[in-house]
Design a protein around this ligand. Sequence first.
Ligand code: FRU
Length: 713
Amino acid sequence: MRRVKQRVYTIIFWSILGLNLKTGLFAGAEEEKVTLTRHFAALGKDFGTKSKEKAKILSGPTPVLMLNDKSPGRAWQVSLGDVTFKVTIQDKVEMRAEEVLERLEKVPPAYRHMFRIVSEGEKAGVAFCADLSGAAAHGSQDYLNMVPNANAFVIVHEAGHILEQRTTSSKPETLNKWKEAIAKDKISVSAYGDGVAHEDLAEFAYIYAMCLDAGETQLGELKTLSPQRSLLWEDILQISKSSPAKRADAVTTEFYNETYRPQFHFTPKINWTNDPNGLVYYSGEYHLFFQHNPTGINWGNMTWGHAVSKDLVHWTQVDNAIDPDKLGTIFSGSAVVDWENTSGFGTADAKALVCIYTAAGGQSPESTGRPFTQCIAYSTDGRKFIKYDKNPVLGHIVGGNRDPKVIWYAPEKKWIMALFLDGDTYALFESKDLKSWTKLHDVKFPGHGECPDFFPMPVDGNKKNQKWVFTAANGDYLIGSFDGKTFNPESDVIRADYGANYYAVQTYSDVPASDGRRIQIAWMNGGKYPDMPFNQQMSFPCEMSVRTFPEGFRICRLPVREIESIYGKKHTWKDKTVKPGENLLKDVTGGLYDIQLQVDLAGAKEFGIKCRGEAVTYSAEKRMLTCLGKDAPIDAANGRITLRILLDRTCMEVFANDGKVVMTSCVLPNPENAGLELFSDGDSPKILSMTLYELKSAWVQSREDSPGSSVKE
Ligand code: FRU
């Protein structure tokens, strides 16, 4: 056991964001499989309940003093077996950049921004990971690598986060926010965001420290103290003893590879998400901001989380972009590139990326009594966002007015904002500089509300024939015309999706003209993710097109072509008959699929495909496609239909007849059942053609040597 005697370490804060590191290091290392999540999940269930008393004691205005002494103090103390050691927050210590880089190279990019390095001059010894929550803790074994001479190693879950908030930033408003929220029992802090009082977190830190530093002896002790928890620590200890490559592998296979973690749909590393926000292409990256609760597994504390991707498939989550302030928590909105620098936020070297969001006044103690207003924030590097100092840019109009979607209207060199007002009413506004807005008119959208989008689209690919589309939160749309002042709907409300989980849609802004696609993402609202460190997911990005049908214009939607980047094994069939009792697909495994088929019903009444036990059924009699209890009317021209199905661990997206009918649904298939099966009612429908790709995970692809992976930078 290493001995640590009352050492005083100073804490430095390193902004790791933007460091361009390579991670080739994780290649290989497949043999050892470790399952930390298993134990975390089990633990989450029976950890203590929230206790106001404990929370108050341990969350005083000064740093938490743990274990032996619970009174507030300037120091923070941890026991390692029979030794105690103390961390005192003093001041910043600079470390040589190369040294830090060297250490960080061993850490998967997904975790890097969470680091805080603790050292005392030459005696760098303790890695203190503030701002950690449960999922990040899976990476704990890697942090050991960072500090080769470690005397001790401590992880503090969100207790550390609070500690950090209180002491280093010391912003009075932040401290007050936490204090108030805790006093009102509004915050539950835990490994997974819920149900654990601070005292448990203190214990977490203690136990980690024991395991990682003290080893087997303490583990024995722990077994008697808490048999269930000791399982987790045993795993950690086991990993901590293995080679660096194995440790790294354990991190990336565990995290983003949990039982119900979608493998090619975006989810945040941890905690809650809902609407996609600020979809914009800027400086070579697709940005996906998202409604996020940084401190909990359920909705609350709305903040703009942030992820970037070069291909809409492999995402890297970066630091949160916009935090709540006294004007409110940060509700949904959009982002644009200010090419002409109308806002003045741009610089000689960089265009400004401007986010337009709702400050939801009254949603936090800090913003009590304030209404919902529209605000802006900008960035010139796509990472750091600065709020406009004269926010809000559009004051309160009515009710919960929110979700501004802004577009550039080139003919008049001005901005247009679509905003949800109240009930079933939206409105359009115009602005020359994004900072002052004038109302144009209301837009009625019967039966719909929230999250508008508004954009032109070529009809049947003809750029000279454009129609304007106004979408509501669930993607349903009106098609019409727009002259720069007035939107004239020329259609009734048209249904966009027949599944159960398509909401808060938004399309990308500023996709280069040479590409020209209109790409939409939705929140797959309402999915269930049992025992996962995150909650909720996005739909797979789809390219939209407006096409002419006998009944009028319709928007068709199909997955973006970049899905090809995760294509694995390809299977093809041609002119095959579906006979009862014979499963053409019996040899297909893997569980993640892009299935494309063209079928001729040939007189059959019913035909379908079971995807991991869930049927997608076409009834020729009813002219209906049914999936997970939902129906969608569909035409079968000459008895033929096309189906495309994306299947991930928690969802199924069905695109029928080239995307004219789409059903987006969350599902929890049996993790053991990865198979597929075609079925019919006996009249032997014919598969004219079928192409099936097994898909690779977008999260762990770097280990398979594919370009553009999520865990590469
Ligand atoms: C839609 C929505 C938006 C709001 C956001 C808050 O899901 O209710 O109207 O801005 O979520 O998280």
